[in-house]
Design a protein around this ligand. Sequence first.
Ligand code: AMP
Ligand code: MG
Length: 423
Amino acid sequence: MKTLDQIAAALQGYDPQALPVEQVHAFLQALVTTLPATASEAVPLFEALDRVLARDVVSPIDVPAHDNSAMDGYAFNGQALQAPNETTLKVVGTAFAGKAWQGHVQAGECLRIMTGAILPEGLDTVVPQELTRVSDDCITIPANLLKPGDNRRLRGEDLRHNEAALTKGQRLTPAALGLVASLGLPQVQVMRRLRVAYFSTGDEVLSLGEPPREGAIYDSNRYTVFGMLRRLGCEVLDMGVVPDDPVQLEQAFSEAAKQADAVITSGGVSVGEADFTKAMMKKLGDVAFWKIAMRPGRPMAVGRIGQAVLFGLPGNPVAVMVTFLAFVRPALLQMMGCTDAPPPLLKARSLEAMRKKPGRTEYQRGVVMRNAQGQLEVRTTGNQGSGVLSSMVQGNGLIVLHHAQGNVALGDEVDVLMFEGAI
Ligand code: AMP
Ligand code: MG
């Protein structure tokens, strides 16, 4: 395991006093390690949502197991089609889903068939019932309507026997749960949940239930952090609000690091903080203190205390959420063994001009919508102060103004990172 100094030495032009966002990513990638493959467990499917697969799911069967009908209609041999004329066939029976039809269909004959029913040997085409004319025990198929093979689902077209249906490192979505179930597998091998402890620091921070006090504020960071961790499927360890008191801080850090894979704190990492948080991090672990070239969320501390990775986030509520989304979330996913591609940035036309200084990354809260022409447009939520948490509630995404980017003019395209799927 590399020390923080070794990681820093490998980064070109590393400057903790003005660290570009890209370098933060590179640093964190080197800092965190993925849980060992042995840290996995078998869980029933209903408990597997959002978990990360610890090994490939190999299909024990072909899905579907037989060629079958995609429609309610009539199955026949496609060679019987009389293009350019109509085709008339005699109906000799009915095949229902769930049981194989016993019998034989001769030339000039067809079989009434339900969606999902097995196509008997020799039948490869289905005409939907609403497209046929029925008279007595015959059906007539209009000319030039079908070609052989239409409305047939092929054996193994979804998944093939012995092929990986899902791969190690994928996070299980609702669709993935359904896919595993379609293989007849009742459980999957997933990485164990990541354990993440978090607490807020600061003498001015009140826990819910405490009476209001002049100059004090209610702790919101523990709730946003809790929510974002839960969305990641982490096991959370809430350690409350810890005041600027060395004894209590030491106890909180030590306890958190002992029990968790990662520790997240908020507050106490800005320049000129008259508190003990930074001093305690330094005393107990290997920790770097950064000023990141970004807005909101400039100060941040990262490192290790014991075996745990430490993320010391700033105190401002929006800064906490943005730094979590930008840095902590990808790092935790890496620890969980998740190899899914990060959510894509979308392009939207800005409905406002925005002032932006090159040399830092800015994350503005935006409302992204589709205009009458179907194009994406975005406006900001207004006041972009890093304490204005309502902006995170009003917004549905972050407008990402990149490091080298300058002012944005009305109508310019900007990158947006949608919250949906991310938090
Ligand atoms: P700090 O990073 O400790 O200087 O805090 C920056 C700002 O965030 C200050 O206005 C704090 O009052 C505020 N703040 C710190 N911690 C929290 C918290 N847990 N919940 C809400 N606001 C906070
Ligand atoms: Mg503080």
